[in-house]
Design a protein around this ligand. Sequence first.
Ligand SMILES: [Fe+2]
Length: 330
Amino acid sequence: MTERIRDIAHLSTVELYTPKFEESLWFFRDLLAMREVGRTTENGEESAYLHCWDDYETYSIKLTAKSHAGVGRVAWRAQSPEALERMVARIEATGLGEGWVDGEMGRGRTFRYRNPDQHLMEVYFDTEWYAADDTDRPALKNQAAKFPGFGANARRLDHINYLTSDMAGVCDFTENVMGGYTTEFIQLDDGDVGGHWFTFGQKSYDMVYSDDWTGTPGRLHHLAFASDTREDILKAADIFLENGVFIEYGPYKHAIQQGFFLYVWEPGGNRIELANQGSRLILAPDWKPIPWSQGERAKGQAWGMKTIPTFHTHGTPVVEDSDATANPHG
Ligand SMILES: [Fe+2]
Protein backbone atom coordinates (compact mmCIF):
# COMPACT_ATOMS: atom_id res chain seq x y z
CA MET A 1 0.00 0.00 0.00
CA THR A 2 1.36 3.40 -1.01
CA GLU A 3 1.46 5.82 1.91
CA ARG A 4 -1.03 8.67 1.54
CA ILE A 5 0.19 12.18 0.78
CA ARG A 6 -1.22 14.34 3.56
CA ASP A 7 -0.02 17.80 2.55
CA ILE A 8 -3.46 19.51 2.47
CA ALA A 9 -5.23 20.14 5.79
CA HIS A 10 -8.64 21.20 4.51
CA LEU A 11 -10.76 23.20 2.10
CA SER A 12 -10.39 26.78 3.26
CA THR A 13 -12.25 29.34 1.16
CA VAL A 14 -14.24 29.53 -2.06
CA GLU A 15 -14.87 32.50 -4.34
CA LEU A 16 -18.31 32.56 -5.93
CA TYR A 17 -19.18 34.74 -8.90
CA THR A 18 -22.64 36.27 -9.07
CA PRO A 19 -24.45 38.45 -11.60
CA LYS A 20 -26.78 39.60 -8.77
CA PHE A 21 -24.33 40.82 -6.16
CA GLU A 22 -26.73 42.51 -3.70
CA GLU A 23 -29.26 39.67 -3.83
CA SER A 24 -26.56 37.02 -3.37
CA LEU A 25 -25.10 39.00 -0.46
CA TRP A 26 -28.55 39.06 1.13
CA PHE A 27 -28.83 35.28 0.73
CA PHE A 28 -25.52 34.47 2.43
CA ARG A 29 -25.67 37.22 5.08
CA ASP A 30 -29.37 37.30 6.01
CA LEU A 31 -30.49 33.73 5.25
CA LEU A 32 -27.38 31.58 5.85
CA ALA A 33 -26.41 33.91 8.76
CA MET A 34 -22.87 34.56 7.60
CA ARG A 35 -21.14 37.74 8.72
CA GLU A 36 -19.73 40.23 6.22
CA VAL A 37 -16.12 40.87 7.25
CA GLY A 38 -14.66 42.87 4.37
CA ARG A 39 -15.07 44.51 0.96
CA THR A 40 -12.61 45.03 -1.87
CA THR A 41 -12.72 46.23 -5.43
CA GLU A 42 -10.29 44.68 -7.90
CA ASN A 43 -10.30 45.52 -11.63
CA GLY A 44 -13.67 47.21 -11.14
CA GLU A 45 -15.22 44.08 -9.61
CA GLU A 46 -16.67 44.39 -6.11
CA SER A 47 -16.17 41.55 -3.65
CA ALA A 48 -17.59 40.86 -0.19
CA TYR A 49 -15.94 38.45 2.26
CA LEU A 50 -18.26 36.41 4.47
CA HIS A 51 -17.57 34.27 7.53
CA CYS A 52 -19.45 31.25 8.93
CA TRP A 53 -19.70 31.37 12.72
CA ASP A 54 -17.51 28.33 13.41
CA ASP A 55 -14.83 28.72 10.73
CA TYR A 56 -11.53 29.50 12.45
CA GLU A 57 -10.00 31.58 9.65
CA THR A 58 -10.93 35.15 8.72
CA TYR A 59 -13.46 34.31 6.04
CA SER A 60 -15.27 31.37 4.42
CA ILE A 61 -16.41 32.66 1.03
CA LYS A 62 -15.64 35.61 -1.21
CA LEU A 63 -18.58 36.83 -3.26
CA THR A 64 -17.54 38.64 -6.45
CA ALA A 65 -19.78 40.63 -8.79
CA LYS A 66 -19.43 39.28 -12.37
CA SER A 67 -21.50 39.03 -15.52
CA HIS A 68 -22.13 35.34 -14.78
CA ALA A 69 -22.37 32.88 -11.89
CA GLY A 70 -19.67 30.30 -11.23
CA VAL A 71 -16.65 29.51 -9.12
CA GLY A 72 -13.44 31.56 -8.85
CA ARG A 73 -10.45 30.89 -6.60
CA VAL A 74 -10.73 27.90 -4.28
CA ALA A 75 -8.11 27.86 -1.53
CA TRP A 76 -6.64 24.93 0.39
CA ARG A 77 -4.63 25.24 3.59
CA ALA A 78 -1.46 23.15 3.65
CA GLN A 79 -0.55 21.07 6.71
CA SER A 80 2.72 22.95 7.30
CA PRO A 81 5.19 25.25 5.53
CA GLU A 82 7.11 22.14 4.45
CA ALA A 83 3.93 20.50 3.10
CA LEU A 84 3.24 23.67 1.10
CA GLU A 85 6.68 23.51 -0.52
CA ARG A 86 6.24 19.81 -1.36
CA MET A 87 2.88 20.43 -2.94
CA VAL A 88 4.11 23.40 -4.96
CA ALA A 89 7.00 21.30 -6.29
CA ARG A 90 4.53 18.63 -7.47
CA ILE A 91 2.28 21.25 -9.10
CA GLU A 92 5.25 22.89 -10.86
CA ALA A 93 6.22 19.50 -12.28
CA THR A 94 2.83 19.25 -14.02
CA GLY A 95 3.17 22.67 -15.69
CA LEU A 96 -0.16 23.78 -14.18
CA GLY A 97 1.33 26.27 -11.68
CA GLU A 98 0.66 30.00 -12.14
CA GLY A 99 3.13 31.20 -9.52
CA TRP A 100 3.26 32.79 -6.07
CA VAL A 101 0.88 35.66 -5.27
CA ASP A 102 0.26 37.81 -2.20
CA GLY A 103 -2.28 36.10 0.01
CA GLU A 104 -5.54 37.96 0.51
CA MET A 105 -7.47 38.77 3.69
CA GLY A 106 -5.10 37.60 6.39
CA ARG A 107 -3.11 35.04 4.41
CA GLY A 108 0.59 34.72 3.78
CA ARG A 109 2.27 33.77 0.52
CA THR A 110 -0.02 31.77 -1.69
CA PHE A 111 0.62 29.59 -4.72
CA ARG A 112 -1.92 29.72 -7.51
CA TYR A 113 -2.59 26.90 -9.99
CA ARG A 114 -5.28 25.30 -12.12
CA ASN A 115 -6.39 21.68 -12.19
CA PRO A 116 -6.53 19.98 -15.62
CA ASP A 117 -10.15 21.16 -16.07
CA GLN A 118 -9.18 24.85 -15.60
CA HIS A 119 -10.63 25.26 -12.08
CA LEU A 120 -8.58 27.98 -10.37
CA MET A 121 -7.07 26.95 -7.01
CA GLU A 122 -4.65 28.26 -4.39
CA VAL A 123 -2.62 26.71 -1.58
CA TYR A 124 -0.99 28.47 1.39
CA PHE A 125 -0.06 27.84 5.01
CA ASP A 126 0.28 31.17 6.91
CA THR A 127 -3.08 32.51 7.97
CA GLU A 128 -4.77 34.76 10.53
CA TRP A 129 -7.45 33.36 12.78
CA TYR A 130 -10.87 34.95 13.00
CA ALA A 131 -11.04 37.62 15.73
CA ALA A 132 -14.55 38.12 17.09
CA ASP A 133 -15.47 41.59 18.33
CA ASP A 134 -17.95 42.81 20.94
CA THR A 135 -20.87 42.04 18.66
CA ASP A 136 -20.06 38.39 17.93
CA ARG A 137 -17.77 37.23 20.75
CA PRO A 138 -18.69 33.66 21.77
CA ALA A 139 -19.35 32.67 25.38
CA LEU A 140 -16.84 29.82 25.04
CA LYS A 141 -13.32 30.59 23.88
CA ASN A 142 -13.06 27.37 21.87
CA GLN A 143 -15.53 28.66 19.24
CA ALA A 144 -14.74 31.18 16.48
CA ALA A 145 -17.79 33.42 16.89
CA LYS A 146 -21.15 33.59 18.62
CA PHE A 147 -23.91 31.30 17.32
CA PRO A 148 -25.98 33.67 15.11
CA GLY A 149 -29.38 32.26 16.10
CA PHE A 150 -31.19 33.33 12.93
CA GLY A 151 -31.73 32.01 9.43
CA ALA A 152 -30.01 28.76 8.45
CA ASN A 153 -27.02 29.24 10.82
CA ALA A 154 -24.48 27.76 8.38
CA ARG A 155 -21.79 26.44 10.70
CA ARG A 156 -18.85 26.10 8.32
CA LEU A 157 -17.88 25.61 4.72
CA ASP A 158 -18.07 21.87 4.12
CA HIS A 159 -17.26 20.76 0.57
CA ILE A 160 -17.10 21.79 -3.06
CA ASN A 161 -18.59 19.74 -5.88
CA TYR A 162 -17.15 20.64 -9.29
CA LEU A 163 -18.41 19.67 -12.71
CA THR A 164 -15.61 18.42 -14.92
CA SER A 165 -15.09 17.72 -18.61
CA ASP A 166 -11.90 15.75 -17.83
CA MET A 167 -12.69 13.23 -15.11
CA ALA A 168 -9.55 11.13 -15.63
CA GLY A 169 -7.31 14.21 -15.65
CA VAL A 170 -8.73 15.84 -12.51
CA CYS A 171 -8.79 12.55 -10.58
CA ASP A 172 -5.16 11.80 -11.42
CA PHE A 173 -4.18 15.37 -10.43
CA THR A 174 -6.17 15.26 -7.17
CA GLU A 175 -4.69 11.92 -6.15
CA ASN A 176 -1.08 12.35 -7.16
CA VAL A 177 -0.49 16.11 -6.88
CA MET A 178 -2.93 17.30 -4.20
CA GLY A 179 -3.01 14.07 -2.19
CA GLY A 180 -6.76 13.48 -2.19
CA TYR A 181 -7.98 10.02 -1.13
CA THR A 182 -10.96 8.40 -2.85
CA THR A 183 -13.75 7.35 -0.51
CA GLU A 184 -16.60 6.63 -2.98
CA PHE A 185 -17.15 6.80 -6.76
CA ILE A 186 -19.71 6.06 -9.47
CA GLN A 187 -18.64 3.42 -12.00
CA LEU A 188 -20.74 3.70 -15.17
CA ASP A 189 -21.53 0.75 -17.43
CA ASP A 190 -19.46 2.19 -20.31
CA GLY A 191 -16.34 2.25 -18.12
CA ASP A 192 -16.41 5.98 -17.42
CA VAL A 193 -16.54 7.43 -13.92
CA GLY A 194 -19.64 9.52 -13.23
CA GLY A 195 -18.59 11.04 -9.91
CA HIS A 196 -15.63 10.91 -7.58
CA TRP A 197 -15.48 11.83 -3.84
CA PHE A 198 -12.12 12.83 -2.33
CA THR A 199 -11.08 13.45 1.27
CA PHE A 200 -7.96 15.19 2.54
CA GLY A 201 -8.46 14.56 6.25
CA GLN A 202 -10.96 12.40 8.12
CA LYS A 203 -14.22 13.84 6.86
CA SER A 204 -15.70 11.42 4.33
CA TYR A 205 -15.15 13.98 1.56
CA ASP A 206 -13.99 17.56 0.94
CA MET A 207 -14.11 17.74 -2.85
CA VAL A 208 -16.23 16.02 -5.48
CA TYR A 209 -15.99 15.85 -9.26
CA SER A 210 -19.16 15.15 -11.24
CA ASP A 211 -19.20 14.43 -14.96
CA ASP A 212 -20.24 17.55 -16.93
CA TRP A 213 -22.66 16.31 -19.60
CA THR A 214 -22.07 19.48 -21.66
CA GLY A 215 -18.32 18.84 -21.83
CA THR A 216 -17.59 22.40 -20.70
CA PRO A 217 -14.48 22.89 -18.53
CA GLY A 218 -14.28 24.85 -15.28
CA ARG A 219 -17.85 24.70 -13.99
CA LEU A 220 -19.38 24.36 -10.53
CA HIS A 221 -22.03 21.85 -9.49
CA HIS A 222 -22.52 23.11 -5.94
CA LEU A 223 -20.96 24.52 -2.80
CA ALA A 224 -21.98 23.01 0.55
CA PHE A 225 -22.20 24.35 4.07
CA ALA A 226 -22.45 22.17 7.18
CA SER A 227 -25.38 22.46 9.54
CA ASP A 228 -25.32 21.38 13.17
CA THR A 229 -28.23 18.98 12.88
CA ARG A 230 -30.58 17.44 10.33
CA GLU A 231 -33.42 19.42 11.94
CA ASP A 232 -31.62 22.68 11.09
CA ILE A 233 -31.96 21.69 7.42
CA LEU A 234 -35.73 21.23 7.75
CA LYS A 235 -35.99 24.66 9.37
CA ALA A 236 -33.79 26.12 6.62
CA ALA A 237 -36.21 24.75 4.02
CA ASP A 238 -39.03 26.72 5.70
CA ILE A 239 -36.87 29.86 5.75
CA PHE A 240 -36.00 29.52 2.05
CA LEU A 241 -39.68 28.96 1.25
CA GLU A 242 -40.70 32.09 3.20
CA ASN A 243 -38.09 34.16 1.37
CA GLY A 244 -38.75 33.03 -2.19
CA VAL A 245 -35.49 31.09 -2.64
CA PHE A 246 -35.71 28.36 -5.28
CA ILE A 247 -35.66 24.94 -3.57
CA GLU A 248 -34.36 22.52 -6.18
CA TYR A 249 -34.17 19.19 -4.36
CA GLY A 250 -34.66 17.77 -0.85
CA PRO A 251 -34.54 17.68 2.10
CA TYR A 252 -33.72 13.97 1.64
CA LYS A 253 -30.89 11.57 2.39
CA HIS A 254 -28.15 10.62 -0.09
CA ALA A 255 -27.18 6.97 -0.59
CA ILE A 256 -23.63 7.92 -1.57
CA GLN A 257 -21.92 9.32 1.57
CA GLN A 258 -25.29 9.19 3.40
CA GLY A 259 -25.56 12.96 3.87
CA PHE A 260 -28.87 14.60 4.73
CA PHE A 261 -29.24 17.38 2.15
CA LEU A 262 -31.11 20.36 0.77
CA TYR A 263 -30.21 22.03 -2.52
CA VAL A 264 -31.29 25.57 -3.37
CA TRP A 265 -30.19 28.08 -5.99
CA GLU A 266 -28.93 31.33 -4.49
CA PRO A 267 -30.20 34.43 -6.33
CA GLY A 268 -27.12 34.53 -8.60
CA GLY A 269 -27.89 30.99 -9.84
CA ASN A 270 -25.19 28.99 -8.00
CA ARG A 271 -26.46 25.76 -6.44
CA ILE A 272 -25.93 25.80 -2.67
CA GLU A 273 -26.29 22.76 -0.41
CA LEU A 274 -26.93 22.54 3.30
CA ALA A 275 -25.45 19.20 4.34
CA ASN A 276 -25.37 17.13 7.48
CA GLN A 277 -23.22 14.02 7.69
CA GLY A 278 -24.15 13.14 11.27
CA SER A 279 -21.03 11.79 12.97
CA ARG A 280 -19.70 9.94 9.92
CA LEU A 281 -15.89 9.97 9.64
CA ILE A 282 -13.33 7.92 7.73
CA LEU A 283 -10.89 6.68 10.34
CA ALA A 284 -9.45 3.68 8.47
CA PRO A 285 -6.04 4.49 6.93
CA ASP A 286 -6.71 1.69 4.42
CA TRP A 287 -10.34 2.59 3.61
CA LYS A 288 -11.41 0.79 0.45
CA PRO A 289 -13.06 3.13 -2.07
CA ILE A 290 -16.76 2.24 -2.44
CA PRO A 291 -17.93 1.81 -6.07
CA TRP A 292 -21.57 2.55 -6.99
CA SER A 293 -22.78 0.97 -10.24
CA GLN A 294 -24.93 2.76 -12.80
CA GLY A 295 -27.84 0.50 -11.77
CA GLU A 296 -27.40 1.32 -8.08
CA ARG A 297 -27.16 4.99 -8.93
CA ALA A 298 -30.36 4.80 -11.00
CA LYS A 299 -32.29 3.71 -7.89
CA GLY A 300 -31.92 7.28 -6.64
CA GLN A 301 -31.18 8.42 -3.13
CA ALA A 302 -31.31 6.52 0.17
CA TRP A 303 -34.88 7.74 0.54
CA GLY A 304 -36.95 10.60 -0.74
CA MET A 305 -38.11 11.37 -4.26
CA LYS A 306 -36.02 10.40 -7.31
CA THR A 307 -33.24 12.69 -8.48
CA ILE A 308 -34.69 15.50 -10.58
CA PRO A 309 -33.30 16.19 -14.10
CA THR A 310 -31.84 19.64 -13.31
CA PHE A 311 -29.53 18.05 -10.72
CA HIS A 312 -27.69 16.46 -13.65
CA THR A 313 -27.85 19.41 -16.03
CA HIS A 314 -27.68 22.69 -14.08
CA GLY A 315 -24.25 24.08 -13.30
CA THR A 316 -22.59 27.48 -13.25
CA PRO A 317 -21.71 29.27 -15.42
CA VAL A 318 -24.97 28.24 -17.08
CA VAL A 319 -24.41 26.70 -20.51
CA GLU A 320 -27.02 27.59 -23.11
CA ASP A 321 -29.72 24.92 -23.36
CA SER A 322 -27.92 22.70 -20.83
CA ASP A 323 -31.27 21.58 -19.39
CA ALA A 324 -31.86 19.84 -22.71
CA THR A 325 -28.49 18.08 -22.63
CA ALA A 326 -28.81 14.33 -23.06
CA ASN A 327 -27.01 11.89 -20.81
CA PRO A 328 -23.90 10.86 -22.78
CA HIS A 329 -23.84 7.57 -20.84
CA GLY A 330 -27.30 6.50 -21.94
FE1 LIG B 1 -22.70 17.98 -1.78
